[in-house]
Design a protein around this ligand. Structure first.
Ligand code: PMP
Length: 449
């Protein structure tokens, strides 16, 4: 079947028109919308997603890195079905939540105690509140431009631009229009990977600082890991002042059996988790040192930091998570990371062959495409490398890939899943090469005319 996106007569286009009647902007979830309309899913299996018009594509986005095992893995489906039949959620704990907590805690030395939540956003919120409760301090530091979910404090300076980002030191810029000044004034913004400047800013704010929220491979800083000197500085600072180093591993936990922290030697005090650990069900978790996690203890009365949630630790999610953790073996991670290496190398070669300015970054099973060869490695460099024209090119590539049987993201992020093999990765590389060659040809024609 020849795919012809966009097609106003397609069932997806019809559904999108219907969605416009019930949702602001025609969608219930910002990330799943793209113009002129999003393709609607019908079902999925393994690494292939079939849309409502009957077209199947290889899924290189996997619900933004959640689906490490692809779709409908039989073990996860069986676990969810069995638990749903036994009860969906209770006002009682179950053995399942203890079992999943044990499985996760066993994977990283910094995990002593854990609490479950329902999303990565919630996990980050609880970790920030927990760090404040532990230290009795209000401020949190985070790196400019880095995404940590939708909690107001975690969103500060998410989309800073040269008009507002300040000259010699990053400014705290509210993300949502109307965000209270109290939010921006209690978030300290650090330049990712700039050891001296970040250390200076942290020292200047130390009296009010509860901790540092940190992602060691943030996609919005180019998908390049922080330098070991930067990691060392954050560790030394937080240890010297008894402040909380929170590592956000909502995405990066897929990089190694014990997450990015074991790969890069981060040794955080608290870690936020999500995505992969729920096997496709909504999940979040905060894990960390027992001494700090004790702030959530309400067994003897009011906790220093109350943490609850109607669906936290619900047994259906727990059952899916247990099945997923059994599948997330060191061998599975190593194999997928190897395929990631093949994808990045092949995509780099595609840019070379098509003679288009670009680069491919990412770690493990994560891939990031940029239409720029300028050095990345922090937020400002990455921002400059993604001018409007280059962002348009990424969207253009995304559309062309849709018609070549590939689901990617509109902004260059892709990831792999375990049902994939070399065949699927090579299909991606060939589809990108063909798309780039087409783009090159069209731009040359434009220049001539
Ligand atoms: N932290 C990071 C690094 C993320 O990428 C995300 C989501 N993409 C979140 C937190 C928030 O997770 P959720 O969407 O589950 O709320």
């Amino acid at each position: 079947m020849r795919m012809t996106y966009p097609d106003p007569n397609s069932r997806s286009a019809q559904l999108s028109r219907r969605a416009q009647q019930v949702y602001p902007g025609g969608t219930t979830r910002g990330q799943t919308y793209y113009a002129p309309y999003p393709i609607y899913v019908e079902h999925a299996e393994g690494c292939r997603v079939t849309d409502v018009d009957g077209d199947a594509r290889i899924d290189f986005l996997n619900n933004y890195t959640v689906q490490f095992f692809g779709h409908s893995h039989p073990d996860i489906v069986a676990a969810v079905q069995a638990q749903a039949a036994r009860g969906m959620c209770f006002t009682m704990p179950s053995e399942l939540d203890i079992e999943l907590a044990e499985m996760i805690i066993g994977r990283a030395a910094s995990f002593e105690h854990l609490r479950f939540a329902n999303t990565g956003t919630e996990a980050v919120m609880h970790a920030i509140k927990g760090a404040r409760a532990y230290t009795g301090k209000p401020k949190i530091a985070k790196c400019e431009g880095v995404y940590h979910g939708a909690y107001d404090f975690a969103e500060v300076s998410l989309d800073s631009n040269p008009q507002v980002w300040g000259q010699d030191r990053p400014q705290s810029v509210g993300h949502t229009h109307g965000v209270p000044d109290g939010v921006t004034s209690d978030v300290v913004i650090l330049p990712f990977n700039d050891v001296a400047a970040s250390e200076r800013i942290l020292e200047q704010n130390v009296d009010d600082l509860a901790g540092v929220l940190f992602d060691v491979v943030p996609s919005r800083c180019g998908g390049i890991p922080a330098s070991s000197d930067y990691i060392k500085m954050l560790k030394a600072f937080t240890r010297a002042h008894d402040r909380v180093l929170i590592l956000d591993e909502v995405v990066t936990w897929r990089l190694d059996h014990g997450g990015a922290q074991t790969l890069y030697g981060v040794e955080p005090d608290m870690t936020t988790l999500g995505k992969v650990i729920g096997g496709g069900m909504p999940i979040g978790a905060v894990a960390g040192r027992e001494e700090i996690m004790r702030v959530f203890d309400s067994s003897a009365g009011k906790a220093l930091c109350s943490h609850s949630g109607t669906f936290a630790g619900n047994p259906v999610t727990m059952a899916a998570g247990i099945a997923a953790m059994k599948l997330l073996t060191p061998e599975a991670v190593t194999r997928l990371n190897g395929l990631g290496e093949r994808a990045r190398a092949g995509l780099r070669e595609a840019f070379r062959l098509a003679d288009i300015d670009g680069q491919v970054t990412g770690e493990g099973s994560l891939v990031l495409i940029h239409f720029s060869s300028e050095p990345l490695g922090d937020y400002r460099a990455t921002w400059r490398a993604h001018t409007d024209r280059r962002a348009e090119m990424l969207e253009d590539l995304f559309h062309r890939l849709l018609n070549r049987g590939i689901l990617f993201s509109t902004w260059g992020l892709g990831c792999l899943s375990t049902p994939m093999g070399e065949l699927e990765v090579d299909h991606l590389i060939e589809a990108v090469l063909a798309s780039l060659q087409e783009m090159k040809l069209e731009s040359e024609k434009e220049m001539v005319s």
